[in-house]
Design a protein around this ligand. Structure first.
Ligand code: MRU
Length: 338
């Protein structure tokens, strides 16, 4: 059955708690915008499109208390994670709906009005991922080995996935697909989430440590590296999970195409270049410990940027719901938006 990581039921938000995977499949109930914000900050829900969808529902939860509470929720949710632009995009849509409601003379409750917009954001995301899948799978040979990083799958979206949406669509098109998944230190989205969701759906998946990507490209004759994105700047520089840029360098060295799969909502034309993308720094504890158990001596410092920026010259193409975008990216990405 299709994996649905985000559900709205009985006026509440239910999130498949990604902190507990793969040991437990358990849904976290969010009754308030604050609980939703904490779920985003603690990575119970993560992945750029998924946090945008969850935040939109978070605004609906607050709107039961009225328009001021909804506005405050937008502000609080905007402060949860700085890099994924889909979060701000979804909250802007909710703000526009809120303003529209305020200008209308209607008896219907605000929360029902805002719920329609949140549900639309959620449903559209699944459709968008299917379109990304269709465009992306056409780039792959009949028998392909794909290397991916982090989790840009059903869990990171409304369902189906972006990078893993391409993997799914390729199999649906009858192709023979094998996936090499980077474990993705420090939080192990690759080991815990990508390996789990692909294995659940019966894919041939092989897990490697991040440091094994170079030799794995040669040994497994990788046909393409495909990752998601948290924010694409106007010139094509792309922020994604830390470790993505190193993969792009390795892919260039090995002559392997490097694709970024992302919805148009991840494109941020107001950010000119990669250097301008805000990069989230997370607690040192994530690096100093491995799955909750300390793995470094007491008193050691750690640096923990959650994302890096891959320069556009290392990217072969973007796969969006509107098609495949090739260089020159500055010009061609802009064209995608009109
Ligand atoms: O810190 P995370 O787990 O939210 O990071 C997620 C990623 O980097 C994903 O690749 C990106 O958000 C795209 S998800 C379709």
């Amino acid at each position: 059955m299709n994996l649905q990581p985000i559900e709205w039921r009985d006026d509440k938000l239910f999130l498949l708690d990604q902190r507990l995977l793969p040991e437990a499949v358990s849904f976290l109930e969010c009754r308030t915008a604050e609980e939703t914000a904490l779920a985003i900050e603690s990575l119970a829900v993560r992945g750029a499109p998924a946090i945008g969808i969850a935040a939109a529902y978070g605004v609906v939860l607050a709107s039961v208390q009225g328009a001021t509470a909804a506005s405050r929720a937008i502000c609080r949710l905007s402060g949860t994670r700085p890099t994924a632009v889909n979060l701000f995009w979804a909250l802007r849509r909710m703000e526009t709906a809120l303003n529209l409601f305020s200008s209308m003379n209607t008896e219907s409750p605000l929360s029902s009005f805002l719920l329609e917009e949140a549900v639309a954001i959620h449903r559209e995301d699944i459709e968008i991922n299917r379109a990304i899948g269709r465009h992306g799978q056409s780039l792959l040979p009949e028998s392909s080995t794909i290397l991916t990083h982090c989790n840009a799958g059903a869990l990171a979206t409304g369902g189906y996935g972006t990078a893993l949406g391409i993997v799914r669509a390729a199999r649906e098109a009858g192709k023979n697909i094998r996936v090499i998944a980077d474990e993705t230190r420090p939080v192990l989205q690759g080991a815990r989430l990508t390996a789990w969701e692909l294995n659940r759906d019966g894919f041939d998946v092989t897990l490697i440590c991040d440091s094994m990507a170079g030799p794995a490209m040669a040994k497994f004759e990788v046909d393409a590296v495909i990752t998601g994105a948290d924010r694409v700047a106007a010139n094509g520089d792309t922020a994604n999970k830390i470790g993505t840029c190193s993969l792009a360098v390795l892919a260039a060295f090995h002559g392997i195409p490097f694709y970024i799969a992302a919805p148009i909502s991840t494109l941020d034309l107001s950010t000119a270049r990669g250097e301008d993308i805000p990069i989230e720094e997370r607690p040192a504890a994530e690096v100093l410990a491995f799955q909750g158990k300390r793995s470094a001596p007491e008193g050691i410092k750690a640096w923990n940027p959650a994302f890096d920026v891959t320069p556009s010259r290392l990217i072969t193409a973007f796969v969006t719901e509107r098609g495949v975008v090739r260089p020159p990216f500055g010009e061609n990405l802009r064209r995608m938006l009109v």
